[in-house]
Design a protein around this ligand. Structure first.
Ligand SMILES: Cc1ncc(COP(=O)(O)O)c(C=O)c1O
Length: 375
């Protein structure tokens, strides 16, 4: 082993074969980020020490986390009124941490139930306080997200929680739900894939493993004055104020996850930012929705047309046997991860920011060929 190299080593091996990965998460990451990570795992910034081996108190990691926060702020135009945190425990930990902080006794929180993940968030909140399900999507098999008229909001609610993109059913809000209460969004599966109104929200959170980086880390964007209203006396790991006061390093943070998220932010900025990604995502998803809509009913969408997701195209063929055949034949053609979630069945193509347009073109053609052969 060579000690104390001062520059990053050159890539030791050629690029291995990669296939189109339509997985809902963990999901495709930008190849340039993976290649950079391959080098930085061995030595970052010419330090002779890999990113996973550096102390979280050392100057190298501090540079990584400071750049990640600054790039995130630039990307989404996040003002100093908001704290940007990188925390452990994924999105699911926020399902409980939010009511622990912001749902005091005597108050009710409004939740919009639009799928499996909001169902889980509601369950956690109900363990901790009073919850009003202001929209119940179970009644329509989660085929849409609600219009404003469908909401039964609580006067003086502690907050309104919604999920901007429902990863499993493939539905996505096109306009924000509106309430006098502070707005909290789970944006795990569409963050930074389209323009977002940070200032309309008290808090936005996202598990990293779809649009941001490796699983396990969550990005939290929280308005500071709202954060200050959190309950007193919470265990420190469940207190957003304490995380913010320590720059997300209250304990040893998920250093590698934060590093990759930071690289993804740089990639997003280099691509031209959120608007560019949004245009690409509209075009990519249109390729697949077009293949569905021109199949003469062979394929059907789970979502109503007006709220189709740009990130998760959830659809079905005429029956479960054909769905299984589709998944296997797609895999034989180097397309992985197309099986629908176990709770929804059918098929699903997840095409987050880093998923290449070419993969959508190949899948759309495959869908047409499959219809011809089996329709
Ligand atoms: C919308 C949404 N929220 C929350 C989660 C849960 O995230 P995590 O596994 O990071 O807790 C997921 C899936 O991973 C999701 O798609």
């Amino acid at each position: 082993m060579t000690m104390a190299t001062t520059t990053s080593p050159a890539s030791p091996t050629a690029m291995p074969k990669r296939i189109f990965n339509f997985s809902a998460g963990p999901a495709t990451l930008p190849e340039s980020v993976l290649l950079q990570a391959r080098e930085d795992i061995l030595s970052i910034f010419g330090s002779g020490i890999g990113i996973m081996e550096h102390s979280h108190r050392g100057k190298e990691f501090i540079r990584v986390i400071e750049e990640a926060e600054a790039d995130c702020r630039t990307l989404a135009n996040i003002s100093d009124d908001y704290a940007v945190l990188f925390l452990q425990g994924g999105a699911t930990t926020q399902f409980a941490t939010i009511p622990m902080n912001f749902l005091p006794s005597g108050k009710t929180a409004d939740y919009l139930n639009t799928g499996v993940w909001t169902t889980k968030a509601i369950k956690e909140a109900k363990n901790l306080g009073s919850v009003n399900v202001a929209f119940e999507g179970k009644d329509c098999d989660f085929d849409h997200v609600p219009t404003q008229e469908e909401l039964s909001l609580t006067d003086g609610a502690a907050y309104l929680h919604y999920c901007s993109n429902n990863t499993i059913f493939g539905t996505q809000y096109k306009t924000l739900p509106s309430s006098d209460a502070p707005l909290i969004a789970d944006m795990s599966s569409d963050i930074f894939s389209r323009p977002l109104d940070i200032n309309a929200h008290a808090m936005i959170y996202a598990g990293a493993q779809k649009n941001l980086g490796p699983a396990g880390t969550a990005l939290i964007i929280i308005r500071k004055d709202f954060m200050e209203t959190g309950a007193a006396g919470l265990p420190s790991m469940f207190d957003y104020r304490q995380h913010a006061a320590k720059g997300s390093s209250l304990n040893t943070p998920p250093t590698f996850g934060i590093y990759v998220i930071g690289q993804v932010f740089k990639w997003l900025l280099n691509q031209g930012g959120i608007d560019t990604l949004n245009t690409r995502n509209i075009e990519k998803s249109a390729l697949l929705y077009d293949a569905i809509d021109t199949s003469n009913g062979f394929y059907s969408c789970v979502s109503k047309p007006e709220c189709r997701s740009l990130m998760n195209v959830s659809f079905k063929s005429p029956n479960a046997d054909l769905d299984a055949k589709f998944v296997q034949e797609a895999l034989d053609n180097d397309m992985s991860g197309l099986k629908g979630h176990r709770s929804a069945g059918g098929l699903r193509a997840s095409i987050y920011n880093a998923f290449p347009r070419q993969g959508c073109e190949v899948l759309a053609q495959f869908m047409r060929d499959f219809t011809k052969a089996n329709g």
